[in-house]
Design a protein around this ligand. Structure first.
Ligand SMILES: [Zn+2]
Length: 266
């Protein structure tokens, strides 16, 4: 059972694989990640996880991974500069359009893998809408959420290791594992950073002005980040995503191949 990249398939190949495959759309963001990490962190990390998980899932089921959507809702980063952001309204339209296109291309199992906190709300709206309009099964999750219990069991989440945070110890460790060459001098955190990510009111979505991304654009002290942690976390997350894809593959398809229209001749 193979793993495919959407962008490497011809239209004829797409017709033969779409109906029986899980379509995976990774989504990231392009935004400042403190003074020490590049703007592409979220897109790079989610691309790595999606590709690795899809390759592993491809050993037991058929899976097609789409090109990563590199832009997300990052407007609250604009005050720091270095962001390319879509408004939530635009982002929802973009998500809808891509998912509708996937449905019209013949896929009936759709999975969004998110790598940026600011996209979290919109991905669920997009799932509701594509399932309402098309005979498809769809799911969406952020990579840290899908792996939260496994990361906790492995001792990788604690008050010293807030997950995911923003450009703090966790993301810096992931980047050390993936692209050490892109990391600049780690900033010296202040007392506010050491206090950790604003988390007073667990259970509610809580925001304060000018602290939406912590202090000075990052949420917690990146010092202490290490590639060993990063590699361990990435492998646990990849396994959780792989399991989820295999679970979706096992769900019965919600529509017949005949209901998919294609309007061209080979
Ligand atoms: Zn990030």
């Amino acid at each position: 059972m193979p793993f495919y990249r959407f962008s490497e398939l011809s239209r004829k190949e797409m017709v033969s694989v779409a109906h029986g495959s899980v379509f995976v759309l990774p989504i990231g963001a392009t935004e400042q990640h403190g003074p020490h990490l590049p703007t592409g962190v979220d897109a790079m990390v989610v691309t790595y996880i999606a590709e690795s998980a899809c390759q592993a899932a491809g050993e037991v089921t058929s899976v097609v991974v789409a090109p990563t959507l590199p832009f997300g809702n990052s407007h609250y980063h604009l005050e720091y500069g270095a962001a390319l952001s879509l408004t939530p309204e635009t982002l929802l339209h973009v998500r809808n359009d891509i998912l509708f296109s996937a449905a019209q291309s013949g896929f009936c199992k759709i999975f969004i893998l998110n790598g940026h906190g600011g996209n979290d709300e919109v991905i669920r709206l997009a799932v509701r809408e594509v399932v309402r309009r098309y005979e498809v099964t769809a799911a969406a999750v952020s990579y840290w959420t899908i792996a939260e219990s496994a990361l906790t069991d492995a001792g990788l989440i604690s008050s010293d290791w807030p997950v995911p945070g923003h450009a703090g110890r966790f993301e810096t460790s992931l980047m050390m594992a993936l692209r050490y060459d892109l990391i600049k001098q780690l900033p010296v955190a202040n007392a506010e950073h050491r206090r950790g990510f604003v988390d007073y009111f667990r259970g509610a979505f809580y925001q304060e002005p000018h602290t939406q991304v912590g202090v000075n654009g990052y949420t917690d002290d990146a010092n202490g980040a290490n590639d060993e942690y990063g590699e361990k976390a990435l492998s646990i997350i990849t396994r959780a995503v792989n399991n989820y894809i295999q679970g979706m593959a096992a769900v019965r398809a919600s529509r017949n191949r005949e209901s998919v229209q294609t309007k061209y001749e080979n």
